[in-house]
Design a protein around this ligand. Structure first.
Ligand code: ATP
Ligand code: MG
Length: 564
């Protein structure tokens, strides 16, 4: 491809809304443009990268025996109503009405649609297993579309759905996808982690996320360098047994005056005890309207996802000061003793002795509190957010913490959708049974951004070889110089003949501007044709490296052969 005939609208400045490297460089490099919040146009260069990502995914999905389909983006409301998700999905679902008043959703995901296809066309165990996938545009009216391709309102996803005769077989399909995803992300050249994910209140037993390590990622992960364990902080089990204080003899309960001291830090300082001895009492209002008290040790953070899953509700929030007041409680001094609410405790409180709690009275705390002598929680539950230094649930080594971008998610659904939508098959024994499902997503367009988050320097992108828009870039530094032009044209011709994907910068502009663009665009291999032609040499450089290498012109052919 000749740059003079291509479309390379590179920019010196990033748009003001671009905050992260992938957004900045993809726009500046002429890969994408924003049409409106969360909506992006893929320019020729960007589309090449996207297609490469798609093709790697497609190849491995096909190899795994998955079958590609293409489902409508417009999906009838009735399907969503069958599973209840017309309401549950809330504002994220883009809803449209046709001229007759019939309602549709722009598909944010396609469980309902594919289940409808399967229930109408699969009857017998003989037709199973099946795994259908598609690579398609999805729509989600995200509350905060941001970071360019990382969180769009329209984005490209690979979604796959497996259908099996039993849970045992579904687990096999799940394991095949797990293996396939590892192949995909490895071939994409990304540094990623496969993490155990939260399965939600209704979720299945198996859920893994694939997370690309990135400073700007929204996923919070703990992982173990010793044994390879990795999990989302909301899914990681807290090994409280290994983090317990030594046992103590119970001392008599005492109410103490703690004027204006209410935060864990202040109370600990005031009483001269470790924050591990202060127990926070949090009052939560669950989305079903009930109020509960949850206790957690002062040095731990409660994880709301764990809380929501335990109570099997859609949402939960802390009670406001007014709500506390109405319940006769004093903010900052709430405690479990004599409290007229269901009390649950995090496992960090289990076996804790002589600890401190609020006394439900302004400026007072109880010290030397002991369970079950002074109060008794309904249950001890793991509500703790995992964090750096916690013991690994697998091998007990201290965990590390990192942030990342979720680029893939696999999930064993079970019969949630097949039950709701009556997707049944007739088994060998002649009985009708629900089909057991799994679903498998990859954020195709987010991957393009994730690759840049991981592979860039201050001047631009450094594409992993497997998804680079071109493999080789030829820079002719002065197209007015006959010799330079001739040598560059010749290398370009040879590269094309060898089937190397090559971008030939034959534009009439300054050498400096060409180098700047080349760094920004990030094509891995670069041949620079400049003054050296007088001495019969050209220069080679890899985008990721500083060193340059001289290649005699008569050796270029050999060199290109190696690049192939
Ligand atoms: P997130 O927690 O980031 O919102 P999700 O759990 O909603 O993700 P899934 O429903 O599992 O995501 O979708 C499958 C994949 O699609 C995700 O792993 C992610 O890579 C990608 N994805 C989800 N939402 C977006 C978005 N708004 N823009 C771009 N990619 C997205
Ligand atoms: Mg989401």
């Amino acid at each position: 491809m000749r740059a003079s005939q291509y479309f390379l609208p590179t920019l010196k400045e990033a748009p003001s809304e671009a905050e992260v490297p992938s957004h900045i460089f993809l726009v500046r490099g002429g890969f994408i443009r924003q049409l409106a919040a969360g909506l992006y146009e893929y320019l020729p260069l960007g589309l090449r990268v996207l297609k490469k990502i798609e093709n790697i995914i497609r190849k491995h999905m096909d190899d795994a025996g998955a079958l590609e389909v293409l489902l409508p983006i417009l999906t009838p409301a009735e399907l969503w109503q069958e599973t209840g998700r017309w309401d549950v999905y809330g504002k994220e679902l883009f809803r449209v009405e046709d001229r007759k008043g019939r309602l549709f959703a722009l598909g944010p995901t396609h469980e309902e649609t594919i289940t409808d296809l399967v229930r109408k066309n699969i009857r017998s165990y003989k037709d199973l297993p099946k795994n259908f996938y598609q690579i398609q545009t999805k729509f989600r009216d995200e509350a905060r579309p941001r970071y360019g391709l990382i969180r769009g309102r329209e984005f490209i996803m690979k979604d796959a759905y497996s259908f099996d005769v039993s849970e045992e077989m579904a687990v096999k399909s799940y394991e095949i996808m797990k293996e396939t995803y590892n192949k995909i992300f490895s071939e994409l050249g990304l540094d990623y982690l496969m993490v155990e994910a939260d399965t939600g209140a209704i979720g299945g037993k198996y859920s893994h996320e694939f997370v690309v390590k990135a400073a700007n990622g929204e996923a919070h992960i703990v992982y173990c360098e010793n044994c390879g364990y990795a999990a989302n902080v909301e899914a990681a089990k807290y090994e409280f047994e290994l983090d317990k204080l030594p046992p103590e003899e119970e001392k008599p309960l005492e109410k103490v005056h703690t004027p204006n001291v209410s935060s864990v830090e202040d109370v600990a300082k005031f009483l001269g005890v470790s924050p591990k001895k202060i127990v926070k009492t949090l009052i939560y209002i669950l989305s079903d309207g009930t109020a509960v008290a949850v206790l957690i040790r002062g040095d731990r953070e409660l994880n709301e996802t764990k809380l929501i899953n335990y109570f099997n509700v859609n949402d939960a929030r802390l009670a406001t000061s007014e709500e506390l007041e109405k319940m006769g409680l004093v903010e900052g001094f709430v405690g479990p003793i004599g409290l007229d609410l269901p009390v649950y405790a995090d496992v960090s409180v289990q076996d804790l002795h002589n600890f401190v709690v609020g006394a439900n009275e302004k400026d007072y705390h109880y010290i030397n509190v002991n369970i079950p002598r002074d109060f008794k929680p309904i249950e001890f539950v793991d509500f703790s957010t995992a964090r750096e230094g916690d013991p690994c649930p697998n091998c007990k080594a201290p965990l590390k913490e990192t942030t990342g971008l979720e680029v893939g998610h696999i999930f064993l659904l079970g019969t949630k959708y097949s039950d709701a939508m009556k997707a049944y098959f007739v088994d060998k024994d002649g009985k009708e049974k629900p089909i057991v499902m799994g679903c498998y997503g990859i954020g195709v367009s987010r991957l393009m951004a994730a690759a840049v988050e991981q592979n860039h320097d201050e001047n631009g992108i450094i594409w992993p070889e497997s998804i680079a828009p071109f493999k080789l870039q030829i820079l002719a530094l002065n197209m007015k110089d006959e010799k330079i032009k001739e040598v560059a044209e010749n290398i370009y011709k040879k590269a094309k003949e060898k089937g190397i994907e090559v971008l030939f910068d034959d534009r009439e502009m300054s050498a400096g501007a060409k180098f700047k663009d080349a760094d920004l665009i990030g094509i891995p291999h670069r041949i620079v044709v400049g003054k050296g032609v007088k001495n019969n040499v050209v220069e080679y450089q890899h985008r990721a490296k500083k060193e340059k290498e001289e290649i005699p012109i008569d050796k270029v052919d050999e060199f290109l052969e190696k690049l192939r």
